[in-house]
Write a protein that binds this ligand. Structure first.
Ligand code: NAD
Ligand code: IPM
Ligand code: MN
Length: 372
């Protein structure tokens, strides 16, 4: 029987809380579907800093490289705000993405019908929404050199310092993430909208040209359009259903996906998959994590919505283990529970109601799996 190795990195804040619910789901698939998961757990982010003085120990990095898939909760928290930049919790996550070369970050935003009235936008705008943001994840301004804070005594520079980050993309980096977007589009609505700022940035001009090149040479059957990212942000709020797949850079993708989250009702709903190139076994290196952060404002109170993390595990079943039917089941269980009116506090609409806790939401989803 195939054994799937799964490294779980709960992280900080609500990370461990939502991950506890994923563990229930993993356990359910093990018991009821005969799947064999070899689950291990390790530290990342502030939790790793507290133990090792680094947000990602080298041994943990090696375990992540060796695992079939990594599941991450969230990292960060006020406690770590004043740490040196090089050991901040977020650096642990960025190291994982970079060293595993997870260049394609899939962030689907789907509005479940039961939540169409919970979005901050009108039901008519969001009902039936199903878009996929493909965010480049290992380059761009997050990683470009030069970077840093240094002295700058240019006359007139009050304070005498300068902060530098560099937006840098190679054609190869753009082409590979564009291919991911076109491949994914072929399995859905067959449309890709590429977003950049080619009107003000050379890296945006290159982005547009290279995405167009990949389209013309390899995916002429997919419909491609280009949009400036600022207009894209507005269009996402005005009429999000015009999009199928959006492909964009690291920073724009970060911002646009948080905006897209609210179309679905809550940031607590958005899962993600970060994928590398296919390895010899045909599967990519992969890390799965909710789009949200460690939510320090609600941590430790049982208020967090675990659905984003649970749906990230559904993506893991689909993309890392080839278990599409099981992924569909899990998504169906989430849909069922939402249709039954089960809501965590973040999903309380204007009419209110009694929210369930993080743990109760997990229990409902497991019960719905059993009832399918
Ligand atoms: P956040 O995503 O943690 O929280 C934003 C808001 O959304 C908060 O009001 C929070 O309560 C709410 N929220 C988020 N997830 C929720 C959930 N599952 N259920 C219910 N409500 C939820 O963003 P932030 O407050 O800007 O950042 C907090 C910390 O998290 C920072 O240290 C940041 O760097 C880090 N962060 C980490 C990740 C990650 O690990 N992938 C992502 C984003 C932010
Ligand atoms: C995300 C987060 C991360 C990012 C941070 C925590 C490094 O905001 O995954 O969306 O900016 O990529
Ligand atoms: Mn983000």
């Amino acid at each position: 029987m195939t054994t799937y190795s799964l490294l779980i990195l709960p992280g900080d804040g609500i990370g461990p809380e939502v991950m506890a619910e994923v563990r229930k789901v993993v356990g359910w698939f093990q018991t009821n579907r005969g799947l064999n998961f070899d689950v291990s757990e390790d530290l990342v982010g502030g939790a790793a800093y507290d133990k090792h003085g680094t947000p990602l120990a080298d041994e943990t990095m090696a375990r992540a490289q060796a695992a079939d898939a990594v599941l991450l909760g969230a990292v960060g928290g006020q406690k770590y705000d004043d740490l040196d930049f090089s050991v901040k919790p977020e650096r642990g996550l960025l190291r994982l993405r970079k060293e595993m070369d997870l260049f394609a970050n899939l962030r689907p935003a789907q509005c479940f019908d039961a939540l169409a009235d919970f979005s901050s936008l009108k039901r008519e705008v969001v009902a039936g929404l199903d878009i996929l943001i493909v965010r480049e994840l290992t380059s761009g301004i997050y990683f470009g050199q030069p970077r840093g804070i240094s002295e700058d005594h240019t006359p007139g520079n009050e304070g005498g310092r300068v902060g530098i980050n560099t937006q840098r993309y190679t054609s190869g980096e753009i082409r590979r993430v564009a291919r991911s977007a076109f491949e994914l589009a072929r399995k859905r609505g067959n449309r890709v909208c590429s977003m950049e700022k080619a009107n003000v940035m050379e890296s945006g001009i290159l982005w547009r040209e290279e995405v167009q090149w990949v389209h013309d040479n390899e995916y002429p059957d997919v419909e491609l359009s280009h949009m400036y990212a600022d207009n894209g942000a507005m269009q996402l709020v005005r009429n999000p259903r015009q999009f199928d797949v959006i492909v964009t850079d690291n920073l724009f993708g970060d911002i646009l996906s948080d905006a897209a989250a609210m179309l679905t009702g809550s940031l607590g709903m958005l899962p993600s998959a970060s994928l590398g190139a296919p390895m010899e076994n045909g599967r990519p290196k992969a890390l799965y994590e909710p789009v949200h952060g460690s939510a320090p404002d609600i941590a430790g109170q049982g208020l967090a919505n675990p659905i984003a993390c649970i749906l990230s595990f559904a993506m893991c079943l689909r993309y890392s283990f080839g278990l599409g039917a099981e992924a569909d089941m899990l998504e169906k269980a989430v849909e069922t529970v939402l249709a039954q009116g089960v809501r965590t506090a973040d999903l309380m609409g204007p009419e209110g109601g009694t929210p369930v806790s993080t743990g109760q939401m997990g229990d409902h989803i497991v019960a719905a799996l059993s009832a399918l």
